[in-house]
Ligand binder design. Structure first.
Ligand SMILES: Nc1nc(O)c(N)c(N[C@@H]2O[C@H](COP(=O)(O)O)[C@@H](O)[C@H]2O)n1
Length: 161
């Protein structure tokens, strides 16, 4: 059975990048994956001054609005790096928070799909034909964490709620 997720307050809302699960990457603390992801659009760009404002945004929605503002110039290699950037952040989120790691692992081998009606890249889009790259990342993170458990890189005990 395919598992659809989208908004934070809906079932499996912890799979959304807008969920309130902080991450630390390269020594910087980010309130959500969305804050980190949106800020990375401007690393090395002429508009890098926007990064601290995205970092300080009071909600992920605000961070996303700043990151999507067409007045600011995105780094030229963004399309090449955005999947790698997103995967690193999503992996960090599920390594940091054992309670949602457990939710992810309990989905077994089910297909995970971001049910965004507008986003055909990260989600499946309105007609479900989208690329679902966020769902693919979550499934790949799930596989990686499972492998780490079987190699005992993280202990089974650590996975107990
Ligand atoms: N929960 C949620 N609410 C929204 O309004 C969304 N658009 C999304 N999708 C996420 O948006 C991010 C993509 O942003 P860009 O289009 O690249 O600026 C990404 O995190 C999607 O998962 N989710």
């Amino acid at each position: 059975m395919t598992i659809y997720f989208y908004k934070v307050w809906q079932p499996y809302g912890c799979f959304s990048n807008f969920s309130p699960h902080c991450i630390e990457i390269d020594g910087t603390h980010w309130p959500t994956v969305e804050h980190y992801y949106q800020a990375q659009k401007f690393v090395g760009s002429p508009d890098a001054v926007i990064i601290p404002f995205i970092h300080a945004a009071s909600t992920p929605e605000e961070a996303a609005a700043l990151g999507r503002c067409s007045n600011y110039q995105i780094r030229p290699d963004w399309d090449l790096v955005k999947i790698t950037v997103m995967r690193a952040a999503v992996f960090k989120k599920f390594m940091t928070h054992p309670e949602i790691r457990q939710i992810l692992l309990v989905t077994g081998d089910e297909m995970l799909v971001e049910d965004s009606p507008r986003d055909y890249f990260w989600g499946c889009g309105l007609d479900k034909s989208g690329e679902n790259n966020l769902g693919k990342i979550l499934m790949s993170v799930r596989t990686e964490i499972r492998q780490m458990i079987s190699y005992s890189v993280i202990s089974r005990k650590e996975l107990s709620p």
